[in-house]
Design a protein. Structure first.
Length: 289
């Protein structure tokens, strides 16, 4: 009897874990991934989704089985069996959640620390400016207030490297100044003195956003990029990413900022290189002689 019970437990646990992993890896509930950040964040989501599926199915199966197996039969008016405790069972249902929580906590902290979440907002030296391997980055081409970021600390830049151009070189980081106000985002390109209500970026090129709010706290969120960063009055916050898919994606303010917060939206347009160059040429102000 004990062998049968142990075998049933092992088979049920194996099936539960296998189903959870299958659902976590096969069922995609996330929006399209369009930046180099997405792969790492999505892997964390898959782990959490798998664990959640295992817990949901396990608890549901045990609950339904208990309701059916130990239900009161017709005509039975006696009390249930008095059970004082089961030490091995209590150890199991305490140890398993403890191990799961510890694993998820360490895994989540590792990703959060790598994206610069533990660095002070004004500590720009602690935030990397792209997702590339530091051995392939032309550091002189990166616009920075610091002598050089830590290559192991990436703010919004985890994932695949930037796409080299036709010459095989990685393009320099594109700086964009972002101003958030009730209720709009304004984007300024210092290199071309361009101001736009939409964010236009080239495909495969690292982009650095330097963001500041005019009035209250806002939040810059692009679901397809897996990026969200608060925009704070009086402080410059940074966000770096490399777009990997051409297209138009929504920018949403994810911080309650006033009565028209729900309408504070814009778009980020990811261009192919030729299309972006054409947009720059079309929108660069002409200087009179």
């Amino acid at each position: 009897m004990q062998i049968r019970t142990a075998l049933t437990t092992v088979l049920a646990t194996t099936g539960l874990v296998g189903t959870g992993l299958l659902v976590g890896n096969r069922v995609n509930m996330l929006p399209l991934d369009a930046s180099s950040n997405a792969a790492t964040y999505d892997s964390l989501f898959k782990v959490l989704f798998s664990i959640g599926t295992m817990l949901f199915l396990g608890i549901t199966i045990v609950l339904v089985y208990s309701l059916l197996r130990f239900r009161r039969t017709a005509g039975d008016t006696s009390d249930g069996v008095a059970i004082e405790g089961n030490l091995p069972l209590e150890i199991v249902w305490t140890a398993i959640p403890a191990v799961v929580i510890l694993f998820v906590g360490i895994y989540s902290y590792d990703i959060y620390e790598r994206m610069g979440g533990m660095a002070p907002l004004m500590d720009h030296a602690a935030m990397d400016h792209s997702a590339m391997d530091h051995s392939t980055i032309d550091r002189a081409a990166i616009v920075s207030d610091s002598p050089g970021p830590d290559p192991e600390r990436i703010w919004g830049g985890i994932g695949a490297a930037a796409t080299p151009d036709q010459t095989g070189e990685v393009p320099p980081t594109l700086p964009v100044e972002v101003t958030a106000m009730q209720f709009a985002f304004i984007f300024h390109y210092p290199q071309g003195d361009i101001t736009s209500g939409e964010l236009h970026v080239p495909l495969g090129q690292p982009v650095e956003l330097r963001m500041e709010a005019r009035d209250v706290i806002h939040a810059f969120w692009v679901p397809q990029f897996r990026l969200k960063q608060d925009v704070i009055p009086g402080q410059t916050t940074q966000l770096s990413f490399t777009p990997t898919r051409a297209g138009t994606y929504p920018i949403v303010c994810a911080e309650l900022c006033g009565a028209y917060h729900g309408g504070m939206r814009s778009n980020v347009v990811v261009h192919e290189r030729e299309s972006f160059d054409a947009w720059l040429a079309q929108n660069t102000p002409t200087t009179s002689t």
